[in-house]
Design a protein around this ligand. Structure first.
Ligand SMILES: C[S@@+](CC[C@H](N)C(=O)[O-])C[C@H]1O[C@@H](n2cnc3c(N)ncnc32)[C@H](O)[C@@H]1O
Length: 216
């Protein structure tokens, strides 16, 4: 049952399709800790299913959602594929994320899931003020999940961290898999983006790691 766990969110640049290619590189190191500085939708981690992992992303709402999955999340929010509900929930989410306490709340995690599934193309985009501004998605049908308890067990050996990749405390023996944003204009996963200087900073950070590194 737990073997069939799929990424719970839609995420741009998801790497589920790349799992068969990384698996042979990971196999010799599978007893090590798996570190993903850009974990996004967890496509790779849920595909490889390491026992221990350090999973990081700069997107605090994404990491808040995973923290609540770790605690055991059953969504109580009404999950409706309706335009008026969508904009009401988007407004509520933006109110909540205005404070640190609200942004870390269970309600924010539930709303983040709802907005991700119901919004346009599963995009995660914020305006200059840090407000989520993705329009309604107009999907004909959405298969919402409400019970995320399966993830609680799998996430037991995982540590989630929010921040810039370079702030991660990695250990010598860690296996690092880095999947940064593409080097294109549009990389609005979070405020700030990821520019060419960041790509260079990442290359230097990865080359300084003594353990195995893979990047895509
Ligand atoms: C290509 S996506 C990763 C997709 C992931 N491999 C998957 O399978 O879903 C890149 C991720 O990097 C994150 N990101 C952008 N800038 C970052 C930074 N400076 N440090 C850490 N994460 C960052 C984005 O929020 C995004 O989730």
């Amino acid at each position: 049952m737990a073997n069939q766990l799929t990424p719970p969110l839609k995420w741009a640049g998801g790497k589920r399709w790349l799992v068969p290619y990384l698996r042979p590189l990971w196999q010799p190191y599978r007893k090590r800790r798996f570190v993903e500085p850009f974990c996004g939708g967890l496509g790779m981690c849920l595909g490889l299913r390491p026992k221990a992992a350090l999973l990081n992303d700069i997107n605090r709402h994404l990491i808040n959602f995973y923290h609540w999955l770790q605690k055991g999340l059953v969504v109580s929010l009404k999950l409706e594929n309706k335009e008026d509900s969508y904009y009401k929930n988007r407004h509520r989410f933006n109110d909540l994320i205005g404070t640190a306490k609200g942004a870390a709340s269970r309600e924010a995690a539930e709303l983040f899931y709802y907005l991700n599934r119901t919004g346009y193309n599963g995009l995660c985009r914020f305006n200059q003020k840090g407000q989520f501004n993705v329009p309604f998605g107009r999907y004909r049908r959405i298969n919402y999940a409400a019970d995320f308890l399966e993830y609680k067990e799998v996430f037991k050996g995982y540590e989630f961290h929010q921040g810039d990749f370079a702030a991660l405390a990695v250990k010598k023996a860690d296996f690092i898999y880095a999947d940064p944003p593409y080097d294109v204009e549009f990389t609005q996963y979070a405020r700030g983006g990821f520019d060419w200087e960041d790509q260079i900073r990442l290359a230097e950070w990865l080359s300084g790691h003594e353990g195995p590194v893979a990047a895509s």
